[in-house]
Write a protein that binds this ligand. Structure first.
Ligand code: CTP
Length: 225
């Protein structure tokens, strides 16, 4: 196995991307429409620059095109939580681009019949429980010098207010705020809110690949907490 020096590990990126799938039974799940495209573009761009990068990638058909990206797959929020706890200590920068579920089925409602729910003539209720806030968990465990970045996908009229609240609530160094329509689009128009009060804004919409380069150019100027 190739050994990585402490210096390399501390400047390495840990990037999460894609949706989570929370199982309802053996064949059904609660998911979301994230494609993972932005996180994949960020991982490709980091690898292109020669930075060590691990991509924790959810259930999507997209894959990075650069061979240098270390890809680890996840399906559920619980999988992602375990991977983050394992990998966080070794990274320099975490970019949490994954669209993590806010709720998941609370109990296994289909333990009988081989794990598949059967249709019956009565209505069915699904009880959901909140998932843990993984980004806030990472922030609570951060080592000195680590930079943590999250996203806020919100309606346009609430972008600023919501990004500022997430910045504080999750205790991270930057929140990349973008409107709801970004989720399935090829382009992104974003405003980045920094700990300490600064902001960066893209000049209009750009492709997610161009945005990845734009963001990575600016990241070294973020001073960690
Ligand atoms: N996030 C996370 N764990 C969760 C939910 C979200 O790590 N259980 C991360 C997302 O990956 C993103 C950031 O937190 O980087 C903001 O996600 P968002 O869904 O907008 O925020 P929530 O914390 O879910 O808050 P709310 O939905 O109430 O606005």
């Amino acid at each position: 196995m190739q050994r990585v020096s402490t210096h390399e590990v501390s400047r390495g990126f840990l990037i999460t991307a894609g949706p989570t799938h929370e199982p309802i039974d053996a064949v059904r799940y609660i998911g979301n429409r994230s494609s993972g495209r932005l996180g994949v573009a960020l991982a490709d761009e980091a690898a292109r620059r020669g930075t060590p990068v691990t991509l924790l990638l959810g259930p999507t058909h997209l894959l990075p095109s650069r061979p240098g990206v270390d890809v680890v797959r996840f399906r559920t929020t619980a999988d992602l939580e375990r991977l983050l706890m394992e990998r966080l200590p070794r990274c320099g920068t975490l970019i949490q681009a994954a669209a993590v579920a806010d709720y998941r089925p609370a109990v296994d409602i289909a333990s009988g019949e081989g794990g598949k729910l059967r249709r019956e003539q009565r209505s069915l209720s699904l009880t959901l429980e909140p998932t843990p806030d993984l980004l806030a968990m990472c922030a609570a465990r951060r080592r000195p010098g680590q930079v943590l970045i999250g996203f806020a996908l919100e309606p346009l009229d609430r972008l600023r207010e919501s990004a500022l609240s997430k910045l504080q609530r999750k205790d991270v160094d930057a929140i990349i705020a973008n409107p709801l329509g970004t989720m399935e689009a090829a382009t992104i128009e974003a405003e980045i809110f920094l700990r300490g009060g600064g902001t960066w804004k893209t000049e209009g919409a750009m492709s997610k690949e161009a945005f990845a380069a734009w963001l990575l150019d600016r990241l070294p100027t973020i001073a960690p907490r």
